[in-house]
Ligand binder design. Sequence first.
Ligand SMILES: [Zn+2]
Length: 389
Amino acid sequence: MNAQIGGNPVMLKQMNKSQILQVLFKKSPLTKADVATQTQLTFVTVSNLITELQNDGFVREMGLAVSTGGRKPLLYGINPDAFVFAGIEVQVERLVCVLTDFENRVLNSRIVAVDSLEGPVFVARKSREIVVEMLEESNLSMDLLARVSVSTPGPIDREQGVIVSPPNMPNWRNVPFRDMIQAEFSVPCDLEKDANAAALGESRYGAGRGVENLIYIIVDVGIGGGIVLGGEVYRGQLNGAGEVGHTLIDLNGPLCNCGSHGCLESMASKSAIERELSGPFGNELVFEELIQRTDDKRVRESLLRSGTYLGAALANLGNIFNPEMIILGGELATGCTLYFERAEAIARRRMLPHFVHRVQIKPAELGKLSGAIGAATIAWQTMVQSLTF
Ligand SMILES: [Zn+2]
């Protein structure tokens, strides 16, 4: 963005301030001269705007830089205490909530069992209750809460803020959840698909810190994915990009929830493994225990087979996107070494040799919090981009 070209002066000033905040957010502490270099704005413009941002409480001084000859210049960064954001992830059986500060650091987090079958009104009210409790626990005033973002199972209409028809939440059809959350909290809200939010969370604060181009895949009951290109979520035309679970592995494979046959989800997900092993083990073991029974030949074979299918999908994704990193989330990928290692081995064997040596394949690091942290990141981004100074 070059904010010096065209437009009205007030808008340009806001764009320039937003750009300065984003640079300070990514790379602080920085001197005014550093900020000028990074934003390609003049030193005088940067100096004046940083003073204004400091007076408004958005930016703080952070000590002195090393001298390059003359007087030591002052360092600047974001003032973490300026605002608080809430990231809320709606899952089928629970709510995951985080509070973050203006530097987007996590201040508090909570995972609460909330059944989505209770319906959107109940879940919106419960979300507010949890966030208010967390604010009180952290001795923070509700007035500091600037924005809330919600991560939810798709499909969603992001522009309209509507949850359209999540397959595992049957009584959520065309729910205007953004407006409902805005009404509960009296602050603006954003809505994001869960895998996109988790991909962003992992890219900023988890396994993908510092990586510009990555693919995040969550293996759970289903298989979802999020694509981050150039540090931003790639959403596709209908906000539908990243449906890794419905890439084809076997044209004549088992029936998938989407109506097709042989999708990755129908062959390598938690439910696919449970289906395979329900004969030998019935309901005698919960899934977490089942995937640890790798001394049992049937469990071992099932995990290796599904890991192989995932590896094939990873090889395809690696060849299409040539990412720097592929991150695997969900309890199967992060909790079962046999499955993860088989998927990685197949991916490395089958991806183009030229790409293989430069791609990292890593387990996710934020666990159940990745979606909520990603949502809070979106709240931060949207606010800084739309601030009226
Ligand atoms: Zn499918």
